[in-house]
Design a protein around this ligand. Structure first.
Ligand code: FES
Length: 234
């Protein structure tokens, strides 16, 4: 159970919630969040946007009953935080592009922040959002170059031969386009998959995804995978 430090409305859809929670979470991992008793039935999987040893910050978007309820919580309220869960982005070195959309920008922000701690790394961010832009200052502080667009695609702006690695998270179509754009080019692509989750801890098999090496669980084996592992039919 975590005590909410703040639950800030960024736009009509996006909120940033900071919760007191001791943790050793890694970039790319997520928590199952729950602030209600019976309804809705399932907890919500939410990626970690930021962290320190005593707190976790979540970026979430109102997409249903659970996230709507979360948006009504106030500083001092409690929320059940089950995690951190899942795999993390690798600690790579070199020139790295972060390409994301929507709420997929959350794990990429933390990845950029962590990788920027190595001064030899160079991080370029390419994010697109529908509607209104958010978090420009924060994103700018964790990147060498920031391209932040609204209602516009960004994948076509990235030359995968100029990067050692690409991390991507967002709508499935965006991530597939990133993968296809980097096929046979220099960059190695990691994706953070978004799937509907029930248990979030590898019990229900509701988040199965097809990979080159058989079916895997997005919540336990992922959400971070090598793109070539999961986009096998492309
Ligand atoms: Fe239950 Fe992944 S959500 S196994």
């Amino acid at each position: 159970m975590g005590n909410i430090i703040y639950n800030k409305r960024l736009t009509e859809e996006y909120y940033l919630m900071k919760v007191e929670e001791k943790n050793n979470a890694e970039m790319g991992q997520f928590y199952m969040l729950r602030a209600w008793d019976n309804e809705p039935l399932l907890s919500r999987p939410v990626s970690i946007f930021d962290r320190d040893d005593d707190s976790i910050t979540f970026l979430y978007k109102i997409i249903g009953k659970g996230t709507k309820l979360m948006s009504t919580l106030k500083s001092g309220d409690n929320i059940i935080c089950q995690g951190p869960q899942g795999s993390s982005f690798p600690k790579v070195k070199g020139k790295i592009a972060m390409i994301g959309g929507g709420v997929g920008i959350a794990p990429l922000y933390l990845a950029a922040k962590k990788l920027m701690e190595d001064k030899d790394n160079e991080i370029d961010i390419f994010f697109s959002l529908r509607g209104v832009e958010i978090l420009r200052e924060e994103l700018s502080s964790v990147s060498n170059n920031l391209i932040l667009k609204t209602n516009e695609r960004v994948v076509g702006l990235v030359d995968a031969d100029k990067y050692d690695y690409i991390f991507t998270c967002g709508p499935e179509g965006l991530m597939k386009d990133v993968y296809l754009g980097a096929k046979d080019k220099k960059a190695i692509v990691y994706v953070s998959l978004e799937r509907r989750m029930a248990c979030g801890i590898g019990i229900c098999y509701g988040c199965t995804c097809k990979t080159k090496s058989g079916n895997k669980l997005t919540c336990k084996d992922g959400p971070v995978f090598l793109a070539e592992e999961v986009f096998i039919d492309e």
